[in-house]
Design a protein around this ligand. Structure first.
Ligand code: PMP
Ligand code: GLU
Length: 397
């Protein structure tokens, strides 16, 4: 069979594959420590489940408007107004089957052959493949760990061409945990305004912040910036609802309408029951998320401290999301058995085989120097996993 060329341009999501592998090993009774899963280990709040159960009992189990129910769009509009002071009409909001689907609808609506899309590396794994699937070219802007992955106007300018169509911004960032301050966001906005770029702002980790860090949405920098920005968000991370598949976007009506048409011809509406659950999540008082973040904070500190205590590994303290992204270059080149470990992918495989610890290698995030560890797991698992990684590394020459 001759498949479409686009199918050959991409690989399955490596974060999801590593997570699936960890879960499959655990199901076989293997004592594995899972640092791959990019999802909260907390259960979905009871009030959210109750709203879903009530929706089912009330027979709210049919198709809804393909772009999402008005009640949820109102709850989303209210969230933007309360949290960011951003005002959107419900015609500027689209509800999709997870933020990944939101981003995919966007990529289909916006990108085509000849377009260049700026990605700030390290980046979340799916951005690049979604750009490629839509015949456009990802242009990687390499940020530096030593600068805290900072973005400057000159760095951005050096990558813009007449073909540049959009830039994808992700703060807090998966995988680095970096959050952008106002000055960095202003630099991005200035470049976008000057070169007429669309800004895609993935804010899915906006509620998962540490040390008093405040989230700033780039769309809140002013009406001119908002008019060219698509804000992407969802309930997966803040409310431990990854399986419910509800993401959303707010932005220019023309773009939202095009994305909604694509959705109406592909998936139709996101699950009616999940939409009712998402209303309950967005209307909740925030206590659940605060408690979850307090717990993540303890794990974050422990994981980063333990990583930094290992010779050859250094790890920055992330200010958001739930990932540590240690630099492992000091370990690469060491020998195991007959060969040397020369890449993060080989190191991840070594940790899997020798320590039964699952991590995601840096390569699909755009880095040949790092691995990603999720601390959305218990403190006990953090201790056990780091003990095993440390012991395994001691066996290297
Ligand atoms: N953006 C980023 C940066 C993510 O880490 C994720 C995690 N899956 C998503 C988007 C998509 O989230 P979801 O589809 O579960 O809403
Ligand atoms: N975003 C999570 C991660 O990066 C979930 C997996 C995925 O959607 O790729 O691990």
């Amino acid at each position: 069979m001759r498949l479409a060329a686009r199918a050959g341009r991409i690989t399955p999501s490596p974060t999801l594959s590593m997570t699936a592998m960890a879960k499959a090993m655990a199901a076989q009774g293997i004592d594995v420590v899972d640092f791959a899963s990019g999802e909260p280990d907390f259960d979905t709040p009871e009030a959210v489940k109750a709203a879903a159960a009530a929706a089912m009992r009330a027979g709210f189990t049919k198709y809804t408007a393909p772009s999402g129910i008005e009640e949820l769009k109102h709850a989303i509009a209210k969230k933007f107004e309360t949290d960011q002071g951003l005002r959107y009409d419900t015609s500027q909001i689209l509800v999709s089957c997870g933020a990944k689907h939101t981003l995919y609808n966007l990529a289909e609506a916006l990108f085509e052959a000849g377009d260049e899309v700026l990605l700030l590396s390290p980046f979340w794994v799916s951005y690049q493949d979604q750009v490629l699937l839509n015949d456009a070219k990802p242009v990687i802007i390499q940020t530096r760990e030593d600068d805290g992955y900072a973005i400057t106007r000159s760095l951005l300018e050096s990558c813009v061409t007449s073909r540049t169509k959009a830039i994808i911004v992700n703060s807090p960032c998966n995988p680095t945990g970096t959050t952008y301050d106002r000055a960095m966001l202003e630099a991005i906005a200035e470049v976008a305004l000057r070169h007429d770029l669309v800004i895609i702002s993935d804010e899915i980790y906006e509620k998962i912040l540490y040390d008093g860090t405040q989230h700033i949405s780039i769309a809140s920098l002013g009406p001119e910036v908002a008019s060219r920005t698509l804000v992407v968000n969802g309930v997966s991370k803040a409310y431990a609802m990854t399986g419910w598949r509800i993401g959303y976007a707010a932005g220019p009506k023309e773009l939202i309408t095009a994305m909604a048409s694509i959705q109406s011809q592909s998936t139709s509406n996101p699950s009616s029951i999940s939409q009712k659950a998402a209303v309950a999540a967005l209307q909740s008082d925030g206590t659940f998320t605060q408690q979850m973040v307090a717990e993540f904070d303890c794990r974050r500190r422990l994981m980063v401290e333990r990583l930094n205590a290992i010779p050859g590994i250094r790890c920055r303290m992330p200010s958001g999301a739930f990932y540590a992204f240690p630099n492992v270059t000091g370990v690469l080149g060491r020998r195991h058995g007959t060969g040397a470990i020369t890449s993060p992918a080989e190191l991840a495989n070594f940790f899997l085989q020798e320590a039964r610890v699952v991590v995601v290698p840096g390569e699909p995030f755009g880095s040949c120097s790092h691995i990603r560890l999720s601390y959305a797991t218990s403190l006990e698992a953090v201790r056990r996993g780091l003990d095993r990684m440390e012991a395994a590394l001691k066996s290297l020459r």
